[in-house]
Design a protein around this ligand. Structure first.
Ligand code: AN7
Length: 356
């Protein structure tokens, strides 16, 4: 059989070149991020009974296993184009993993500040393996962000948190992909909210496609914070945010105002879900064969919460962004599951445990 040459995905900068800020080709730092699958939910019975379709935008299948890669390819490429030799970020984990990988790829140094003891193991291992300088701060994400902002104002290092405008530009490409996969914009777009960059980015992406006449309608943007880290819902910064969804353990989001704008312009909602609701949705998704990290499941937890308020109608299309892969946080996965059974290496004993 002859191998056929098909189009091979080139990463979000090259694939969406005309829709992003210009960049010199030899500055592009990419790991061919994007082009993640949109997977239809099959088994959530009573939602389906009403002719509602739910799709999962599985961003855990990006190169460093989270949506952050879409923005990081832009931010690191721009840093390289501008002649920067180093990048810095504060992170609840995924931004640091992505910054470390893209900096390594582009030949830049990476400095990452993380809240001590509060980031998932997979994410920490990524930042360490890619050779970032990892600094654990005795404080939370918000404390770390305040410090990196100061450092980048004073020293020759580029800030790659989502206040870097190129991050949002890159991340908006996920909205383009959702529309291209469906052939239209969904009725609702659900996603977790932490620092609120992603809800800002999706809303921008949808609006740009609408302005170009590529889609006719816009989705309602449905953002979900964790109950113990819900500054936007409560209307004030949270000093000591707490949640099992460590990725969104953020008390004072950078893109707060833009998230509120996305909600209000789209006629959507920013609400919160409890840790129990998050873990319940996390397990339901695993039963569908889709493994995401706890924070990502806040999107589906939001759908379940809204369904109880009976907001959906037959014919609605719902997209949930699953922002990060389940393997990022093996500790929570193991805590949330039945323990493996130990048995002697003997056929009869194994068969008895199997229940045959
Ligand atoms: C899996 O890595 O803020 O509302 O420092 O890792 O755009 O912040 C991570 C955020 C959702 C929230 N899901 O997105 C970081 C960081 C996962 C995440 C969010 C994050 P934003």
């Amino acid at each position: 059989m002859q191998a056929t040459k098909r189009h091979i995905w080139n990463g979000v900068i090259r694939e969406f070149y005309d829709l992003l800020p210009g960049i010199k080709d030899d500055s592009i730092v990419t790991l061919r991020e994007g082009n993640t699958p949109l997977i239809e939910v099959l088994t959530m019975g009573d939602l389906f009974g009403k002719g509602i379709r739910i799709f999962l935008k599985y961003e855990g299948l990006n190169p460093t296993a989270s949506f952050k890669d879409r923005g990081m390819t832009m931010a690191v490429s721009k840093a390289k184009e501008e002649g920067s030799h180093a990048v810095i970020c504060a992170s609840t984990g995924n931004t640091s993993a992505s910054a470390a990988a893209y900096a390594a790829r582009g030949g830049l140094r990476a400095y990452v500040l993380i809240p001590e003891g509060k980031i998932a193991l997979g994410k920490l291992s990524q930042a360490m393996m890619h050779g970032a300088t990892v600094i654990q701060v005795e404080g939370n994400f918000d404390d770390a962000l305040a410090i990196v902002k100061e450092v980048s104002n004073t020293y020759p290092v580029t800030l790659v948190n989502s206040i870097n405008p190129y991050r949002i530009e890159g991340q908006k490409t996920a909205a383009f992909e959702v529309c291209s996969h469906l052939g239209y914009a969904p009725t609702y777009h659900f996603l977790p909210v932490g620092n609120a960059g992603n809800i800002t980015a999706y809303w921008r992406g949808y609006k740009e496609f609408r302005e170009k006449g590529i889609i006719d309608t816009l989705p309602k943007m449905m953002g979900f914070e964790a109950e113990g880290a819900a500054p936007i819902v409560r209307g004030y910064p949270i000093k000591n945010p707490e949640t099992v969804a460590s990725a969104i353990r953020i008390g004072n989001p950078s893109s707060w105002e833009n998230a509120v704008k996305a909600r209000d312009e789209s006629g959507g909602v920013i609400d919160m879900v409890s840790d129990d609701e998050i873990i319940n949705a996390y397990k339901l998704l695993a039963k569908e064969g889709v493994f995401c990290e706890p924070a990502s499941a806040a999107s589906l937890a939001g759908v379940i919460k809204m369904h109880k308020n009976d907001i959906f109608k037959s014919g609605d299309t719902i997209v949930c962004t699953l922002t990060g892969h389940g393997l990022k946080d093996p500790d929570t996965a193991i805590k949330s599951s039945d323990k493996p059974v130990s048995v002697e290496a003997e056929l009869s004993k194994v068969v008895r445990v199997l229940g045959f």
